[in-house]
Design a protein around this ligand. Structure first.
Ligand code: IMP
Ligand code: MG
Length: 179
């Protein structure tokens, strides 16, 4: 699979180190608060699993699965909920965990839906931020790494459902998706 990468951006060691740093920061920030970590499936599954093990606090985990309507390469801002949260989030401090923030449309919509359910607070933690393509005024509260405007895969992030199990994050060769 790694031969389909044009370039490795973040090695396993780099990912591990950054996830530990984020976990330590989140541990400080949420001390004494009722924290629910909400992983957005499927892309943030692996990141969420590693991150929660670096957060040294009692917490709850829940998951949502969403997909954007419209064509497959760019989100339209209308998010379809494929799987909703299992539990009420009223009064909970929510940490939404995303794989990558691109246009920001998905998160903006998601945040609006969740705010209506009256959590105590909502913050966003994303592994990757691709600010070059931002259309909505969304700034993640915690970011693993900024990435260039390229198609990224690995560590949970897919192209056509593949490459999620790559242990590194890299840029997919154009010939893979342009053929
Ligand atoms: P947004 O609504 O444009 O911010 O879309 C964000 C979602 O698009 C992410 O959660 C990913 O699922 C997907 N996405 C954005 N950029 C990439 C990429 O480079 N590789 C794989 N998926 C991506
Ligand atoms: Mg996603």
């Amino acid at each position: 699979m790694q031969q389909d990468l044009q370039e490795i951006l973040f090695s396993e060691a780099a990912l591990n180190e950054r996830v530990s740093e984020l976990g330590a920061q989140i541990t400080k920030d949420y001390e004494g608060k009722a924290l629910t970590v909400v992983g957005i499936l499927k892309g943030s599954n692996i990141f969420t699993s590693d991150l929660v093990r670096k957060i040294n606090l009692p917490l709850k985990m829940d998951f949502m699965a969403v997909s954007s309507y419209g064509n497959a390469t760019e989100s339209t801002g209308v998010v379809q909920i494929l799987k909703d949260l299992d539990k009420s989030i009223e009064g909970e401090h929510l940490l939404i965990v995303e794989d990558i923030v691109d246009s920001g449309l998905t998160l903006k919509y998601l945040k609006e839906i969740l705010i209506a359910r009256q959590p105590a607070s909502i913050k966003i933690c994303t592994l990757l931020d691709k600010p070059a393509r931002r259309k909505e005024n969304i700034t993640p509260d915690y970011t693993g790494f900024e990435v260039p405007d390229e198609f990224i895969v690995g560590y949970g992030i897919d192209y056509a459902e593949r490459y999620r199990n790559l242990p590194v994050v890299g840029i997919l060769k154009r010939e893979v998706y342009e053929k």
